[in-house]
Design a protein around this ligand. Structure first.
Ligand code: GDP
Ligand code: IMO
Ligand code: MG
Length: 424
């Protein structure tokens, strides 16, 4: 058998339906592996008719014959991890036997959450509209080489001096700038050590585990969180998250070589959504935007915020597909557009000077979308499982996206359940 390690990642601003697709595919893989982000993610699955929202656990977690891996590029809040394990254990048994976590993961500490909150609430800086989970500050510590990692919480002798120094650094800000009471070192040490004991049985060398699975001819699914347009390097900076959500993050965050990812599939909605601040050229500002949000249930799975909605942006997608070795698309939520008279797709940008000059800086503030208007379809695609049954106009819409994005649409999702999926 040939190994086909496959990445499933979002190409837009997150919430493309990655969770559904990973859960749909995971049964055919030895494992699924999260490689970046943290509990800022919200991945929704329907398992046995029940809706499950995962934040940290890979979307394979309900598959009893697959492992679920958390690679070293993920930032972990112990609190969030153990609450989620407890909650999801109501839906599936044996999580502890198949969840494997890298001891090299950086931990999100209570001071990271405070800093995230303080920055977002203060008017001194442009708000990003973060999920307030402490994600950015935790990654800052990683890059500044002062982070506390999972491995540090296994041994008090290792933890104490690290936490002492880092907490000194944070308590200065907490007291002087936030006007709050300093955090207690001894409480933090106790909490971290207690969680360290609890996490011990779940730890594994995830990097080598991937190698071993491949050696046994089992392929691995890499599950992205967020989306390429929120990627710290290629997204709409500074309105991005703090990790590499795109394929470039996989090798670093899962711990494999770049050539160990043989297949990269991008998940895109049939339209676009965004939570939080930042440019979104095709945003729909009238009641049609509200209609799509309502029909698509576009409410943030993590923060409950309303998602902004817009038309499919083929200009951004074409760039992202070309620069990320995307081999095919999973097109989700096409059913949300059922019944619309007209459907637009942004095929080019114009601005006062030249076309498509946004370039690597993703300078999208002043671009003006030029749309192709396609005819909508009257008979529903909702829950269809056979492409032949699709109305011709929906087939035309898919062909248009394939042509303009220059990649095939390999999977079409027509509803939240796994069954509502078309493989081509
Ligand atoms: P993720 O973060 O990429 O995993 O996506 P989310 O779970 O945050 O958001 C996607 C939402 O759309 C969830 O509520 C899914 O249940 C739902 N969903 C996924 N695919 C489809 C689809 O094809 N059609 C419809 N109507 N809903 C879908
Ligand atoms: P999934 O995996 C949509 C957004 C936040 C904010 C920005 C930075 O479910 O697709 P952060 O808390 O990461 O520092 O916030 O990124 N954001 C997401 N938007 N889906 C997500 O995850 C997101 N995770 C972060 O709204 O704009
Ligand atoms: Mg989500």
């Amino acid at each position: 058998m040939t190994i086909l390690n496959t990445a499933i990642l979002g190409l837009q601003w997150g919430d493309e339906g990655k969770g559904k697709i990973v859960n749909f595919m995971a049964g055919n893989f030895g494992a699924a592996c999260r490689y970046q982000g943290g509990h800022n993610a919200g991945h929704t699955l329907i398992v046995n008719g029940k809706k499950i929202v995962l934040h940290l656990l890979p979307s394979s977690i309900c598959h009893k014959d697959s492992l679920s891996l958390i690679g070293r590029g993920v930032v972990i809040s112990y609190d969030a991890l153990f609450s989620e394990i407890e909650e999801i254990s109501q839906h599936t048994s044996g999580i502890a036997d198949r969840l494997k976590i890298s001891p090299a993961c950086v931990l999100i500490q209570p001071y990271h959450k405070l800093v995230d909150l303080y920055r977002e609430k203060s008017n001194n800086q442009k708000n990003i509209g973060t999920t307030l989970r402490g994600i950015g500050p935790a990654y800052e510590d990683k890059v500044a080489r002062r982070a506390i990692r999972v491995v540090d919480t296994l041994d008090e002798k290792q933890l104490r001096p690290l936490l002492e120094e880092t907490l000194d650094f944070y308590n200065f800000s907490i007291e002087k700038f936030f006007g709050k009471e300093a955090l207690s070192l001894s409480n933090l040490i106790d909490e971290n050590l207690a969680f360290g004991e609890k996490v011990k049985p779940l730890l594994a060398d995830v990097s080598m585990l991937i190698k071993q699975l491949n050696f046994k001819e089992k392929s691995v699914l890499f599950e992205g969180a967020q989306g390429a347009l929120l990627d710290i390097d290629q997204g709409t900076y500074p309105f991005v998250t703090s990790s590499n959500c795109s394929p470039s993050g996989i090798a670093a965050g899962a711990g494999c070589g770049p050539l160990d990812v043989q297949n990269i599939l991008g998940v895109v909605k049939a339209y676009v959504t965004r939570v939080g601040e930042g440019p979104m050229p095709t945003e729909i500002h009238d009641e049609l935007g509200d209609y799509i949000a309502k029909t698509g249930g576009e409410v943030g799975a993590t923060t409950g915020r309303l998602r902004r909605c817009g038309w499919f942006d083929a200009v951004l997608m074409n760039r992202i597909i070309q620069t990320n070795s995307i081999k095919g698309l999973c097109l989700t939520k096409i059913d949300v557009l059922d019944g619309l008279d007209e459907i637009k797709v942004c095929k080019a940008y114009a601005d006062d000077e030249t076309d498509t000059t946004f370039g690597e800086c993703m300078d999208l503030d002043n671009v003006k979308p030029i749309y192709e208007t396609l005819t909508g379809w009257k008979s529903p695609t909702k829950n269809l499982t056979n492409f032949d049954k699709f109305p011709q106009e929906a087939k035309d819409f898919i062909s248009y996206i394939e042509n303009i994005c220059e990649v095939p649409v390999k999977i079409i999702s027509t509803g939240p359940d796994s069954e509502s999926t078309v493989l081509r």
